[in-house]
Design a protein around this ligand. Structure first.
Ligand SMILES: [Zn+2]
Length: 387
C-alpha cells in the first residue's frame, strides 16, 4: 500500500522558496542534497522531476528514496545552511499542463468506457494505456470533449476526504491507498487520487491534442500532448503541411488526396519505364552474336532484376560462355554481374577485383560486386581473363 501523507509538496505555483540543507552527500556524478522542505517535484506518478537551482548550484534531477527527497546537484551545499531554491518554471508548467490534460483525457475515457489507465509515460509526449479497445471516432470524441472542458475553464480542485468519505466515493486510482489521500477533481471529467502537480483551472491547460493511437495488448495506447507542447506540435505539423500544400499545389486540407495521386502517378511511370526497359533489352540481346566466348553489356540506370534477366538471356538465348553485365553508377564506377554455365567464376572474382579496384564475389555460376575503374579498363581486363 502506498503512503500518500508525505507526498505533498507546497502549493504547485510556488516557484521560489527557502529551506535548510539537512544533508549533502558526494555521489558518482555530483552531489545529492536533502532539505528540510522543498518545492521541487521528485520524479513519480509518470511525471518527470523538476529542474532548477539551489543557490548557485544546478538541480539536475530530483527523486525520493526511503522517504527523503534528494536533489541531484552539480555542486555541494553546506549542511545547516539556508538556501534559496528556484524551480525551472517553464519546464514545470509544461508538466502541469500535460499532467492535468492527461487527467481530463483519462477521466473522460473512464467515464465513457469504464476503462482504466493501466500504463502511463510522460516523455516527449504523453503515452497512456487503457485496458480496452477504442475506435478512432470514440477517441476523436474524447479529444473534442477534453477541449470543451478546457474552454469551460472548469476548476481543478484538491480535497482530502476522510476514510469514511473515501469508502463511498468512486474515484480513479492506480494503487490501493492508505493515510491521507488527495483527490483531484475536475467536475465533468475526472476524480482521481493523485500526488502530482496540477494547474488551478482547466483553462490553463490551453489545449489537448491526441497525436495518435495504436492497439496495445487487449486495449489501446494513446499518444497526446497538452498545453504549450500541444500548441508547438500543432504549429510544427501545420507548417509542414503548408509546405507540402505549396509543393503539390493542393489545398491545405486536400494534401492527402494529392499525395495519393502523386504516388499513383509514380507507380504508373515506374511500370511504363519497366516495360520500356524490357523492350530496349530485347534490342540489346538481338544485337549479340550467338555462341560468343564473352559478351559484355555496359548499361546505365537499369533496375537490378532486369540486369539479372539480361545476363540470363545472354546465356540462354545467345549461348554466351561468359556474360558480363555492367551498370554505371557514377564516374568510373560500375556494378557487375558475371554469369556462366560452364566456367567456375569464383577464382576470377579476386583477379578482377584487384585489377579493377573492385569488391564482391559469389558462387561458381555467378559473381557480382562493383568496380571503380574506367569502362575501357574493365572491358580490357574482362577480355584478358575470359576472351
Ligand atoms: Zn495528477
Amino acid at each position: 500500500m502506498e503512503e500518500m501523507t508525505e507526498r505533498f509538496y507546497r502549493e504547485p505555483y510556488c516557484r521560489e522558496f527557502q529551506a535548510v540543507v539537512t544533508a549533502c552527500e558526494k555521489r558518482k556524478n555530483g552531489w545529492a542534497v536533502a532539505l528540510d522542505d522543498t518545492a521541487f517535484y521528485p520524479e513519480g506518478g509518470g511525471q518527470p522531476a523538476d529542474h532548477g537551482v539551489l543557490d548557485d548550484v544546478n538541480v539536475l534531477d530530483v527523486h525520493r528514496r526511503d522517504g527523503v527527497i534528494w536533489h541531484e546537484t552539480d555542486g555541494p551545499l553546506e549542511e545547516g545552511k539556508t538556501v534559496s531554491g528556484k524551480i525551472d518554471w517553464e519546464r514545470r508548467f509544461r508538466h502541469m499542463q500535460n499532467h492535468t490534460g492527461e487527467h481530463i483525457v483519462s477521466g473522460l475515457i473512464h467515464q465513457k468506457t469504464g476503462y482504466d489507465n493501466v500504463g502511463f509515460h510522460m516523455g516527449k509526449e504523453i503515452q497512456i494505456d487503457f485496458n480496452g479497445p477504442m475506435s478512432a471516432e470514440q477517441i476523436r470524441e474524447v479529444e473534442l470533449e477534453a477541449n470543451r472542458i478546457i474552454m469551460n475553464n472548469t476548476p481543478v480542485q484538491e480535497t482530502f476526504p476522510s476514510a469514511e468519505e473515501l469508502a463511498v466515493t468512486d474515484y480513479r486510482s492506480k494503487k490501493e491507498l492508505s493515510g491521507k489521500v488527495r483527490l483531484i477533481s475536475i467536475p465533468g471529467a475526472d476524480l482521481c487520487a493523485c500526488c502530482g502537480t496540477h494547474v488551478k483551472t482547466a483553462g490553463e491547460v490551453g489545449l489537448v491534442k491526441i497525436l495518435g493511437f495504436e492497439k496495445h495488448k487487449d486495449g489501446v495506447r494513446i499518444f497526446m500532448k497538452a498545453g504549450l507542447d500541444a500548441l508547438e506540435e500543432v504549429i510544427a505539423v501545420y507548417d509542414e503541411n503548408h509546405k507540402i500544400s505549396a509543393e503539390l499545389s493542393a489545398e491545405m486540407q486536400k494534401t492527402h488526396a494529392a499525395v495519393v495521386r502523386l504516388k499513383q502517378e509514380n507507380e504508373d511511370r515506374k511500370r511504363a519505364l519497366y516495360a520500356m526497359t524490357v523492350r530496349y533489352l530485347d534490342t540489346v540481346v538481338d544485337a549479340v552474336e550467338d555462341g560468343a566466348p564473352l559478351v559484355i553489356c555496359a548499361e546505365e540506370d537499369i533496375e537490378r532484376t532486369l540486369l539479372g534477366k539480361l545476363a540470363e538471356r545472354l546465356l540462354e538465348e545467345k549461348h554466351a560462355r561468359v556474360a558480363a553485365v555492367l551498370n554505371r553508377t557514377g564516374e568510373d564506377r560500375f556494378t557487375y554481374l558475371i554469369c556462366s554455365r560452364s566456367v567456375d567464376l569464383r577464382p576470377y572474382a579476386k583477379t578482377l577485383n584487384s585489377a579493377l579496384n573492385g569488391r564482391g564475389g559469389g558462387k561458381p555460376e555467378y559473381i557480382q560486386g562493383s568496380f571503380a575503374a574506367p569502362l575501357d579498363a574493365i572491358r580490357a581486363e574482362l577480355e584478358k581473363v575470359f576472351g
